[in-house]
Design a protein around this ligand. Structure first.
Ligand SMILES: C[S@@+](CC[C@H](N)C(=O)[O-])C[C@H]1O[C@@H](n2cnc3c(N)ncnc32)[C@H](O)[C@@H]1O
Length: 286
């Protein structure tokens, strides 16, 4: 990490009204905002954290992008996982540098960025999608986020085999219960599983199916973030909040004595709650 901003660096340009822009700094280019424009040449050579003044006199801050900034700034053609959910999931999946993780549902690649940041250096993300155009999009978005190693994208139809011997699996697809046979086979003993689903019906059906595939400690949670406007003498919650994104279901794979092949026993189908399958493309995220 350098102390000064160089050509081709990505910079999070933050205005005082809270609006942010993720730009790639290029010699001779200009960036316009609703508060005036700035020349990239004036950014090059500045220190991270410097304040710059636009041509209309507004202050902008030149910040290092965090992985949550990169997630929120992906080019989106699907719903994406939100940072509040991604942060919880990374902890729940026990991800750390060197871990190997499977993702089913690459989508726009926002969660792929979070997973990659968690397992690098030394780890691997195997990201699967059944639609080539979303694999392409996720590949472009992760490349733009500067992820150059430890990531492979694979085209895969639902139910097909996954990379074996992984530490964790995350799904953001409409029917995660249909993937449990393949997931249980791919996970190492004590491997962690997590899924994001937008509806209670999906979470309920998934939670019901997991024990039949050798998973235990099945828990579902929802992360609500409420902003607090902390100001001397008048601290209170903000008026707006994100009301709903995802229900997050987590579980761990166990292998009981004499049940070594529990996971690959395809005779056990997931319980059917009779619920209609959710729409394609809505994936897990809302
Ligand atoms: C909501 S998007 C995932 C968004 C992603 N988590 C992100 O943060 O950008 C759901 C994706 O899952 C893919 N998908 C749906 N069912 C699938 C399955 N069974 N196997 C692989 N991909 C699937 C869809 O093509 C879509 O790209």
């Amino acid at each position: 990490m350098t102390d000064t901003i160089r050509p081709e660096d990505q910079v999070l340009v933050a205005l005082e009204d809270g609006k942010t822009f993720l730009i790639r700094v290029r010699v001779g280019q200009k960036h316009s905002t609703h508060k005036g424009a700035m020349e990239h040449d004036d950014v090059i050579g500045r220190s991270w954290g410097d304040v710059l003044i636009t041509n209309t006199g507004a202050r902008v801050y030149l910040l290092r992008p965090r992985w949550i900034d990169r997630m929120m700034k992906v080019h989106r053609r699907t719903n994406i996982m939100y940072p509040k959910d991604a942060a919880f999931l990374i902890a729940a999946l026990g991800l750390q540098a060197g871990a190997r993780v499977v993702e089913i549902g690459s989508g726009s690649g926002a969660m792929t960025i979070a997973l990659s940041r968690a397992v690098l250096p030394g780890g691997m993300v195997f990201s699967y999608d059944r639609r080539p155009e979303f694999l392409e999009l996720a590949r472009d978005n992760t490349a733009a986020a500067g992820i150059e190693e430890g990531l492979v994208f694979r085209l895969r139809e639902g139910g097909e085999a996954l990379e074996p011997g992984v530490d964790a699996v995350f799904t953001d697809v409409p029917e995660p219960w249909a993937e449990l046979d393949a997931i249980a086979t791919a996970l190492r003993g004590s491997g962690r599983f997590a899924a994001g689903t937008p509806t209670y019906n999906q979470a309920e059906r998934l939670a019901g199916a997991l024990p039949g595939f050798g998973f235990t400690m099945v828990e579902t949670a929802e992360i609500l973030v409420r902003e607090i406007l902390a100001r001397p003498g008048k601290t209170r919650p903000g008026h707006r909040m994100v009301g709903h994104t995802q229900l997050l279901t987590t579980a761990v794979k166990i292998t009981a004595p004499g049940e070594d092949d529990l996971a690959s026993d395809s005779g056990r189908a997931a319980p059917d709650t009779g619920a209609d399958p959710p729409e394609e493309g809505s994936g897990g995220s809302s």
